[in-house]
Ligand binder design. Structure first.
Ligand SMILES: C[S@@+](CC[C@H](N)C(=O)[O-])C[C@H]1O[C@@H](n2cnc3c(N)ncnc32)[C@H](O)[C@@H]1O
Length: 211
C-alpha cells in the first residue's frame, strides 16, 4: 500500500474486491461507460488519453474496444484498484502506462494529453482537491484538448443523496450544488456539452481547453 491519501472506491478499501460487481448491479458497469462516449462524441483514435481515477479499468476497457489511441495513461492512487485494472486490461497491452498518483498531481507533463477522461472520481475529492484537480487537468491537456467528466451533479430529488450509501455526503456537496463545474471553468475550461445520463443525477460534461 502506498502512502497517498484518498477516499477509496466504496469508502472502505477492504471491500474493493466487490467494486465491479456493485457497478454492474447498479447499472454503472460497461454499458453505462460506453454510453459516455455516445454522449461525448469525441474520437479517441490516434490520441494520447489519460483516465484519471481509473479504478478497475472498465472505462479504459471501453476506450480500448472503441478506439485506437496511441498512448493511454491509467492514473489511480489505490494500489489494489490499479492492480485489478492491470489484470482486467491484460498486462501485455503495451500502449497503457499505469501510474499510482492522484488527480491533483498526476506526474504527467504539461500539454501532454489530447483527451482526459474521469468517471465517478471527482466526488471523492474535498473542495480544495477538486480545485487542484481542475488546474492539474488543464495543465496536462494540449490546447484544444478535451476533458470528459462523468460524475454526480444536480439531483432531481434531494433525498437521492441519502441512497448513495458508499459516498461521503460532505464530498458530494460541490457536485450537487454545481460548484464542481464552476471550479473547472475557473481553471480555464469551456463547457461544450452537459448531458444527464440515464441515472438520475449523473451527468457527462465535455470541457475544452481553449486553443
Ligand atoms: C467510484 S471509483 C470510479 C472508478 C472508475 N473510474 C470507474 O468509473 O469505475 C473512484 C476511484 O477514484 C479513485 N480516487 C480517489 N481519490 C482519488 C484522487 N485524489 N485522484 C485520483 N483518483 C482517486 C478511487 O481510488 C477509486 O478507484
Amino acid at each position: 500500500m502506498n502512502d497517498i491519501k484518498f477516499f477509496s472506491a466504496l469508502g472502505i478499501p477492504a471491500i474493493n474486491f466487490l467494486y465491479d460487481f456493485i457497478m454492474i448491479i447498479s447499472g454503472l458497469g460497461y454499458g453505462f461507460k460506453k454510453k459516455i462516449f455516445d454522449i461525448a462524441e469525441i474520437n479517441l483514435n490516434e490520441k494520447v488519453v489519460a483516465d484519471i481515477g481509473c479504478g478497475t479499468g472498465t472505462q479504459l476497457k471501453v476506450i480500448m474496444e472503441m478506439y485506437f489511441p496511441t498512448k493511454v495513461y491509467a492514473i489511480e492512487p489505490d494500489d489494489s484498484m490499479l492492480n485489478r485494472c492491470r489484470k482486467n486490461l491484460n498486462k501485455s497491452n503495451k500502449s497503457i502506462k499505469y501510474i499510482g498518483a492522484v488527480a491533483e498531481e498526476t506526474t504527467l507533463q504539461n500539454s501532454e494529453i489530447d483527451v482526459c477522461v474521469s468517471t465517478l472520481m471527482a466526488h471523492h475529492l474535498t473542495t480544495d482537491k477538486k480545485k487542484e484537480m481542475a488546474k492539474e487537468i488543464f495543465r496536462i491537456l494540449k490546447p484544444g484538448g478535451h476533458f470528459i467528466l462523468t460524475d454526480w451533479g444536480k439531483l432531481r430529488f434531494e433525498f437521492i443523496k441519502y441512497l448513495l450509501v458508499f459516498e461521503k455526503q460532505d464530498l458530494l456537496k460541490d457536485n450537487i450544488n454545481g460548484n464542481l463545474l464552476i471550479f473547472l471553468q475557473d481553471a480555464g475550461f469551456v463547457i461544450k456539452k452537459h448531458q444527464k445520463m440515464k441515472w438520475s443525477g449523473i451527468y457527462t460534461t465535455v470541457f475544452m481547453k481553449p486553443e
